[in-house]
Design a protein around this ligand. Structure first.
Ligand SMILES: [Fe+2]
Ligand SMILES: [Fe+2]
Length: 183
């Protein structure tokens, strides 16, 4: 699916640890913590496999930055902006082009309050996030999805199943390598 090495090529390990450790809320087993971020990434990778024009690097960065600025588990519209600011703070330390940074920034900032985007790279980020909505018991709604690939029945159902699944092997491997510990 994806390996930690592929992630580190975009966000070097040391930087990824720094970003993750800045998260204010519960990192494990929370609604918005690392299990959600890695499922967003998994959803995005599946969309990239279906559509090779999608950019994996943007998905990788979005998955780890979009919710990292949360300070509350409940409604907090500014968290997308906070995540975007954090991305800009690290823009010279992660391996994205200027265009990728710009798109990822927009995806982070607007993911909280914008439903659709005509740019497929930004749309793929939002769909990947929304495909994990079943973690709070909400089935992903096609009206809130953008890409045709995301709206496929099996994609939605499989993503919903993953929302309740145990961590996949690559996530266990990543968490162990980052020495974040388990709760
Ligand atoms: Fe969010
Ligand atoms: Fe999210």
């Amino acid at each position: 699916m994806i390996t930690k090495e592929e992630i580190y090529k975009v966000i070097p390990k040391k930087i990824l640890i720094e970003v993750i450790e800045s998260f204010y809320l519960q990192l494990f087993n929370g609604v918005h913590g690392i299990d959600h971020w890695t499922r967003v990434l998994q959803n995005g990778i599946i969309l990239c496999d279906k559509n090779p024009n999608l950019n994996k690097n943007i998905i990788i960065a979005f998955s780890f930055f979009h919710d990292v600025g949360r300070t509350r588990e409940d409604d907090e519209p500014i968290h997308g902006y906070n995540g975007g600011r954090m991305l800009l703070k690290y823009k010279y330390k992660i391996n994205l082009t200027k265009e990728e940074i710009d798109k990822c920034y927009e995806a982070c900032v607007d993911h909280t309050h914008t439903r659709h985007h005509k740019d497929p790279q930004i749309a793929a980020c939002w769909d990947s996030d929304r495909l994990d909505l079943y973690r709070v018991g909400v089935m992903p709604d096609v009206d809130y999805l953008n890409l045709e690939e995301s709206k496929e029945d099996d994609i939605i159902k499989e993503a919903a199943t993953r929302s309740w699944d145990k961590r996949p092997d690559w996530v266990i491997d990543l968490i162990q390598d980052l020495e974040l510990g388990y709760d």
